[in-house]
Ligand binder design. Structure first.
Ligand code: ATP
Ligand code: MG
Length: 258
């Protein structure tokens, strides 16, 4: 039985000094913490024989794993060799005019799916491409309407993953075409566990109480918690234990937007 769940997902080797939010971004769906409903559903889709997915809509607050889950799913669906030709990622840094979205999606969706390179794992890759539209709530209403037609036109060979913070900003006809998954703010224990895992890998000396103080300043936003931990680590003298003063500094000074 060939399951996509264990398909190798290693992409290019990355530089050493990555921000921890990137370095510790889960690479596989099953490694995404706490979001059980979406994780279980996607793992089922990745099992042999179910390698199809509907259009998806991920919504919920910042730093809860939406982008991470979409990328992990695509890695597991396609593996490193096909990722670049089968996945189109668009986000808010791209132009969001109606024309741009439509044209880029169209160009990508129109090109035929080429035959996979001879055998990486002995299984057939899924017969579709994926368009990830991150920060989809920043797309204008007109562009969303256009997108709805684009989705219909290309749905035979293309799946869309729409990602947003506010589902209310996605027009109804678009949302109703997707399986919707709400990402929850991470509970404090799940966040503490992630921070503890990172602390161990990075050899950081920090107490559970200090980790919890950090976590409690982050409103379930895992990105913010990891960034705060890395800030504290940068400010600590090499090898020093992270203390009250450092924690106070990072929990007060890390801006919301980080
Ligand atoms: N559920 C999670 N399990 C493990 N790590 C997580 C989880 N959610 C977020 N993280 C960590 O936080 C980082 C940011 O997560 P991600 O980019 O997926 O957030 P997001 O939900 O897309 O947020 P935004 O709405 O701001 O785009 C990840 O790289 C990862 O390190
Ligand atoms: Mg995101």
């Amino acid at each position: 039985l060939v399951s996509l769940i264990d398909f190798p997902v290693q992409m290019d080797s990355k530089p050493q000094n990555l921000p921890w939010v990137e370095k510790y971004r889960p690479k596989r769906v099953q490694d995404v913490a706490h979001q059980h409903q979406v994780v279980n559903t996607l793992l089922y889709a990745l099992e042999d024989g179910h390698a199809d997915v509907p259009h998806l809509l991920f919504y919920g607050p910042p730093g809860t794993g939406k982008t991470t889950t979409a990328l992990a799913l695509c890695r597991q669906l396609f593996g490193p060799a096909l990722f670049r030709t089968r996945v189109l990622e668009l986000n808010a840094s791209d132009e969001r005019g109606i024309r741009v979205v439509r044209e880029r999606v169209k160009t990508f969706a129109q090109t035929t799916i080429s035959a996979p390179p001879p055998n990486e794992s002995g299984r057939k890759p899924p017969p579709f491409k994926v368009v990830i539209l991150d920060e989809a709530d920043a797309i204008t209403g007109d562009a969303q309407t256009a997108l709805r037609r684009t989705m219909e036109t290309f749905s035979k060979h293309t799946r869309f993953i729409l990602i947003c913070n506010y589902i209310s900003r996605i027009i109804g006809p678009l949302a109703s075409r997707c399986a919707k998954f709400r990402f929850q703010p991470l509970p404090r224990d799940a966040m503490k566990d992630q921070l503890r895992m990172i602390s161990e890998k990075e050899n950081i000396d920090i107490s559970d109480a200090h980790l919890l103080t950090l976590v409690d300043s982050c409103d379930g936003d895992m990105r913010k918690a990891i960034t705060s931990l890395q800030s504290a680590h940068r400010m600590a003298k090499a090898g020093d234990r992270i203390d009250d003063a450092l924690i106070a500094t990072v929990t007060c000074t890390v801006p919301e937007s980080v």
